[in-house]
Design a protein around this ligand. Structure first.
Ligand SMILES: [Cu+2]
Length: 163
């Protein structure tokens, strides 16, 4: 029975949306190639709940859609995991891995880096906000402007803000 499950899990259905998650020491960057190719960093936020899981910029996706997640690493190996979606896949420098999920309700879903990657391994959470189609469309419009024109969208400045 496990072979059948693995087959279904690894066979990626036609995606409605692709998000590329790049693991870095020690945060994630999310790129939206289908929505104007903006990209932003997602850093752990000290002032947000839940502790160790809240971030400044969440990965936002629409509900009831097949989301393809492509993962890679920029420096060392990390791993992208969201237990609520049943996904866990390595983020390896020089390699583009793929997995997928389809969230059936809106809300916040959290995960953590799952490959020991250095000093702040425990502090590079994954926060996914699942929203309606309408909310997603308006978020994309805001994100396009915010992350395309804002020079603060870099590790140097974002890192200072997070401290
Ligand atoms: Cu990591």
């Amino acid at each position: 029975p496990s072979f059948r499950l693995l087959f279904l899990q690894l066979d990626i259905p036609k995606p409605d949306l692709t998000v590329k998650a790049t693991g870095k020491q020690w945060y994630w960057s999310y790129a939206y190639p289908d929505n104007g190719k903006f990209e932003f960093d997602s850093l752990m936020a000290q002032d947000k709940q839940p502790r160790l899981l809240g971030v400044d910029n969440e990965m936002v996706v629409p509900v009831n859609k097949v989301i393809r997640v492509q993962t890679t690493g920029a420096d060392v190996i990390h791993a992208f995991t969201v237990p609520a979606f049943g996904i866990k896949i390595d983020a390896i420098p020089g390699r583009l891995n793929e997995t997928w999920f389809k969230a059936t309700k809106t809300g916040m879903f959290y995960g953590q880096c799952s490959e020991l990657c250095g000093k702040d391994h425990a502090f590079m959470p994954i926060a996914v906000r699942v929203v309606s189609d309408q909310e997603f469309a308006s978020w994309v419009e805001t994100a396009k402007k915010k992350f395309a024109t804002n020079p603060a969208n870099s590790y140097a400045s974002a890192g200072q803000a997070a401290q």
